[in-house]
Design a protein around this ligand. Structure first.
Ligand code: AHR
Length: 326
């Protein structure tokens, strides 16, 4: 072989090798893309409470850590905004949709659209009422009925002597599964204890401002209140403010049971201004990402996954509760 032919042979060989190598690495990239770069469309309710902000952060951080591309939509407390967001995820052809249903009713049509588009749907935090359970793949989140039961169990321990106990309930967003579930679980346990009566119940929409306003009204209209059962800590903080303005000692003159376990409620429990705090766990981001990955791979997930939750009360040693982070 003369020198010219030798050089051109080496040149062709190099080109072939380069193209083979680059083809190979692109193929690897494509494989990684299809395995890992899942697109998850997530519709969040809004930012009504410290709990909710922590829940959103948990989801956003977990998506980043597991390199899932997250399309995050904040519905600003409107179901219609959530439906629009879900529809846009369908048009975008995301791999998986997850959402927190602000209220339990009214999802079947949009869920049918997702099913027709072949997109699996994960429901989280709040549950839905549906005519067809197969419209979504599964649920992960809180057990609201159990939270209500825990609240009632605490009261049975707190008031053991059978004297009448008058309860005011400040509930969450009307028609939302945590409001319905907490109310149902609470009543279920108290049904066997006729000394307890719920003398007033109204919705404070899970908002601190509404908890405050409602409590001012309640203190004018309802006599001899022994207990407040508040469906979330945000409202409880407003309730405490309203009590203090009237010279009422929260946690002493009126017993307070609250749900969420935000740092502020735990601090109030330690000060004796709240008597029982039932945890509602907002840190579901990592579990949601794991489930989204399974769904994107076409795997089945469990229909119902409740997260671990604790109860903190005045009967416990409160000295070593780790910082709550919300
Ligand atoms: O759905 C969970 C509830 O929603 C939390 O208890 C409350 O704080 C939040 O806004």
């Amino acid at each position: 072989m003369n020198i010219k032919r030798k050089l051109s042979f080496i040149f062709v060989l190099c080109l072939t090798l380069i193209s083979l190598l680059s083809g190979c690495s692109r193929e690897n990239e494509n494989t990684r893309d299809s395995e890992e770069k899942i697109i998850l469309g997530f519709s969040q309710i809004g930012a009504e409470s410290a709990w909710r902000k922590c829940n959103s952060l948990s989801i956003q951080e977990a998506a980043q850590e597991s390199s899932i591309q997250l399309l995050f939509a904040n519905a600003e407390q409107k179901q219609e905004n959530q439906i629009k967001a879900l529809r846009s995820f369908i048009v975008y052809q995301v791999d998986v949709i997850a959402f927190v249903p602000i209220v339990a009713d009214g999802w079947d049509n949009i869920l049918r659209e997702a099913r027709d588009a072949g997109i699996p749907v994960l429901i989280t935090d709040r549950k839905i009422n549906t005519a067809d359970e197969n419209l979504y793949a599964g649920f992960i989140g809180t057990d609201s009925e159990q939270e209500g039961r825990e609240g009632a169990e605490f009261l049975i321990k707190k008031f053991p002597d059978g004297e009448p106990v008058r309860i005011v309930e400040i509930s969450g967003t009307e028609g939302s599964s945590p409001a319905v579930g907490r109310a149902a679980g609470f009543r279920e346990v108290l049904a066997d204890h006729p000394e307890f009566s719920i003398v007033y119940s109204a919705s404070g929409d899970f908002l601190r401002s509404k908890g405050y306003e409602l409590m001012k009204k309640v203190l004018k209209e309802v006599e001899d209140i022994d207990v407040i059962f508040s469906h979330n800590d945000g409202m409880t903080l407003g309730i405490i403010d309203a009590m203090k303005e009237q010279g009422i000692r929260p946690g002493k003159d009126i017993v307070i049971v609250t749900v969420d376990a935000e740092q502020a409620a735990i601090d109030a429990l330690k000060r004796g201004e709240v008597n029982c705090v039932i945890e509602c766990n907002p840190k579901t981001g990592p579990a949601i990402m794991e489930l989204a990955r399974k769904l994107a791979r076409g795997e089945a997930i469990s229909r119902l996954q409740h997260v671990d939750e604790e109860v903190f009360s005045e009967y416990d040693d409160l000295s070593d509760i780790p910082p709550r982070g919300y």
